[in-house]
Design a protein around this ligand. Structure first.
Ligand code: ATP
Length: 319
């Protein structure tokens, strides 16, 4: 393989730049020409492609977002769109493609792989909702961002003896809520993967206040509905002064943590290695601290795994 390309697709995640840097420099190390495709699959369809050099990825390892820009492309879902994409790749003699994104992006990659392009995926999403890998690029940074914000909210919550409901991202997954809730010392965590009832949450809150607790933080994963809805129910059950904070897109930005840069670097390099072995239709994952190639199909079929032990532990530790 002499020529490969890299793109970012779907939602951005901190650490994507570190992955791009690793892909570019590992390719150049192996004397492979490396191209950057801008704006995901839409840019591929529109031939928004440039060759990247060692200096093209200088000074980006510490930056959030993606220097290649990302996009969602309706056109790429159609066979005609995919044909345009394949034509643009073959016109440039590009034989392999590395896609950094979420499961939707990998479904698109599968379509290209079926039509003869060698494609490797790298999981980049703050939600950590891709089965087959223990962690995705961006998750650790998002959790750290949430924790630092919880710490700030706790300062004001304790000054005013208030209950705060904090809504965090994660789409249908409760991973951010559980990781940040346990590490941030939340009094309750509400996630889509576990049954909850407001009587129980309210009873725990009242118990805390009766032993002199001055404030409480309840973390709500966006997948259960909304923080507002949870706050309303708690107010109704307890009469407590309850405020809501929706953290929103601040969770997607910021400087990637050391862990995310490390993970992204290893995954980027592994993706190039897999292409060099003529592999295709695989996603790079981290499983038990090993960087491995996993068939895309596994990423689509298995249910996301969430550490419910950590969820249960958070209840014990927040009594
Ligand atoms: P995130 O988890 O951040 O949302 P994602 O990769 O899951 O990232 P999607 O919007 O689902 O984001 O997918 C990104 C792009 O991948 C889509 O805009 C579309 O171009 C392409 N894509 C998704 N699903 C398919 C599919 N079944 N066939 C072809 N292309 C697809």
């Amino acid at each position: 393989m002499n020529r490969i390309a890299v793109l970012t697709s779907g939602g951005d995640a901190p650490g994507m730049n570190a992955a791009i840097r690793a892909v570019v420099r590992k390719s150049i190390y192996h004397q492979i020409d490396i191209y950057g495709i801008y704006r995901g699959y839409q840019g591929l369809i529109e031939d928004d492609i440039k060759e990247l050099k060692v200096h093209s990825v200088a000074d980006i390892i510490q930056r959030g977002g993606t220097v290649l820009s990302t996009a969602r492309s309706e056109e790429f879902r159609s066979k005609e769109g995919q044909q345009k994409a394949i034509k643009n790749l073959s016109n440039r003699g590009i034989e392999g493609l590395i896609v950094i994104g979420g499961d939707g992006s990998f479904r698109g990659s599968m379509e290209l792989a079926k039509q003869g392009i060698k494609v490797i995926g790298i999981p980049g999403t703050i939600d950590n909702d891709i089965p087959g890998t223990d962690q995705t690029i961006g998750f650790d940074t998002a959790v750290n961002t949430v924790i630092s914000l919880i710490d700030k909210i706790r300062d004001t919550a304790s000054s005013h003896d208030r209950t705060f409901v904090v809504e965090v991202m994660g789409r249908h997954a409760g991973d951010i809520a559980v990781r940040a809730g346990l590490a941030g010392g939340a009094e309750s965590i509400v996630i889509p993967e576990a049954a909850y009832n407001f009587e129980d949450i309210s009873a725990r809150l009242k118990k805390g206040y009766s032993r002199g607790k001055k404030h409480s933080i309840i973390i709500v994963a966006e997948g259960v509905g909304s923080g507002e809805m949870v706050a309303e129910k708690i107010k109704k059950h307890t009469g407590l002064d309850t405020r809501v904070t929706v953290l929103g897109h601040v969770q997607r930005g910021g400087t990637p943590t050391a862990y995310d840069r490390w993970l992204a670097s290893l995954m980027g390099a592994k993706a190039v290695d897999l292409l060099l072995e003529s592999q295709s239709g695989l996603m790079v994952g981290i499983v038990n601290q090993q960087i491995v190639g996993i068939p895309f199909t596994q990423a689509f079929t298995e249910r996301p795994k969430l550490d419910l032990d950590a969820y249960e532990l958070s209840k014990i530790l927040s009594i």
